[in-house]
Design a protein around this ligand. Structure first.
Ligand code: FAD
Length: 350
């Protein structure tokens, strides 16, 4: 039974929402309600890679990713136009044995519950009244708050308060296979994105990303990618989701916050979002607990600059002649440098 008022209500029990809840609890605020439309364990469309820095962020919050069957990936093979161009020894990227996020998200959810955080599962927010500091839920309850945090992803209820900007689309298909353990990153599959094939422990995850274009039939692009890879798989299980490309407003009405994908805390080029989701949740909690909104606003402003740079990089990198030169000439001549940049800039910095 929900109370009629909570100090903090958090919409969404993804990494960002739960990080905010756990940090609030650590800072002495326990009158928290987290509302999640699904019940756990819940599926989230995600390749499930975790960088070393993301792992550190989880550890700070009390979760050891190695206990969720995460281990370091051996290496990456980089493909351009379906030709293997480079092998890179991996140093900083981890994956789960089932190559998705279910186990990690479920363990994080368990951690929140064991810390006494109240979560209403299978409940959606359906209305918000900022004048009354109240939200209405799908079970009919109307509940008041002092602070509200939207942690409900790119297309959740909170997205109505943010400017709709460009978004990345990502599609993925996970299936059982006997493809040997390997990670392939493919360029030249979509106009402004990449594809991946990850095989691990008898499971393969094939996916692709692109800057979303209304006129593109992504199912067909995906089928073309599978054909190019010579993989025949039933695509009825194909899943897709958007990731944000614009950093939005961190706070509105003075007491309504946005964290994780809901504020655009996801790298627009690599789609790495877990670390930023966790950190944004933590800092939002700190801002609330210390009554200092600047802490959070400053972090989001920093993300805005960082991601604007990644956006420019993305435009340059995917310019066809640059891609062609990069893979046909640069990779061949300066393979070691490319590997260093990949490991240090695109993986370890995320
Ligand atoms: C295909 C794909 C692959 C990706 N791969 C990676 C990767 O390998 N590594 C990485 O770091 N990042 C990756 N990302 C990005 C990453 O998944 C996100 O950045 C991250 O999940 C953001 O966390 P979040 O908590 O903000 O949102 P979410 O994880 O989306 O959680 C939001 C939660 O809110 C709930 N919700 C939504 N609406 C409502 C509502 N109305 N009422 C109640 N609850 C609601 C949802 O059910 C969900 O549980 C990938 C994304 C995609 C789409």
């Amino acid at each position: 039974m929900l109370k009629s008022k909570y100090k903090v209500i958090i919409i969404g029990a993804g990494p960002a929402g739960l990080a905010a809840a756990l940090k609030l609890k650590k800072l002495g605020i326990s009158d928290i309600l987290v509302v999640e439309r699904f019940t756990f364990p819940r599926y989230k469309c995600c390749a499930g890679y975790v960088t070393a820095k993301t792992g550190d962020e989880y550890k700070k919050l009390g979760l050891d990713i190695e206990e969720c069957n995460y281990s370091l990936i051996k290496d990456f093979n980089i493909f351009y136009k379906n030709k293997n161009r480079l092998n890179i020894v991996n140093k900083f990227l981890y994956t789960n044995r089932t190559i998705d996020r279910v186990e990690l998200d479920n363990a994080f959810f368990g951690l929140a519950k064991s810390n006494g955080i109240e979560v209403a599962e299978g409940v959606k927010i359906t209305a918000h009244s900022p004048e009354n500091n109240a939200v209405k839920f799908s079970d009919g309850a109307t509940v008041a708050y002092d602070y509200l945090i939207f942690a409900d992803g790119t297309t959740g209820f909170g997205s109505r308060y943010q400017k709709s900007g460009k978004r990345n689309i990502a599609l993925q298909l996970v299936f059982e296979s006997d493809i040997p353990e390997s990670i392939q990153i493919h360029f030249g599959v979509t106009r402004r994105g990449y594809g991946w094939v990850s095989s691990y422990n008898g499971i393969t995850n094939v996916g692709l990303t692109d800057v979303y274009g209304k006129r593109t039939d992504y199912n067909r692009v995906f089928e073309g990618f599978l054909k190019q890879l010579n993989i025949s798989a039933d695509i009825s299980g194909l899943k897709g989701a958007f990731t944000p490309m614009t950093v939005g407003k961190p706070v509105i009405f003075g007491n309504v916050f946005f964290v994780g994908d809901a504020v655009g805390a996801c790298d627009p080029m690599t789609l790495s979002g877990l670390r930023y989701g966790l950190k944004s949740g933590e800092l939002c909690a700190e801002a609330i607990a210390l009554g200092n909104l600047k802490i959070y606003k400053k972090y989001v402003k920093g993300l805005k600059n960082r991601f604007a740079f990644m956006w420019v990089m993305q435009s340059v990198f995917y310019f066809a002649p640059v891609l062609c030169f990069g893979f046909n000439v640069f990779c061949r001549l300066f393979g070691k440098t490319v590997a260093k940049i990949f490991n240090n800039f695109f993986v370890n910095k995320k």
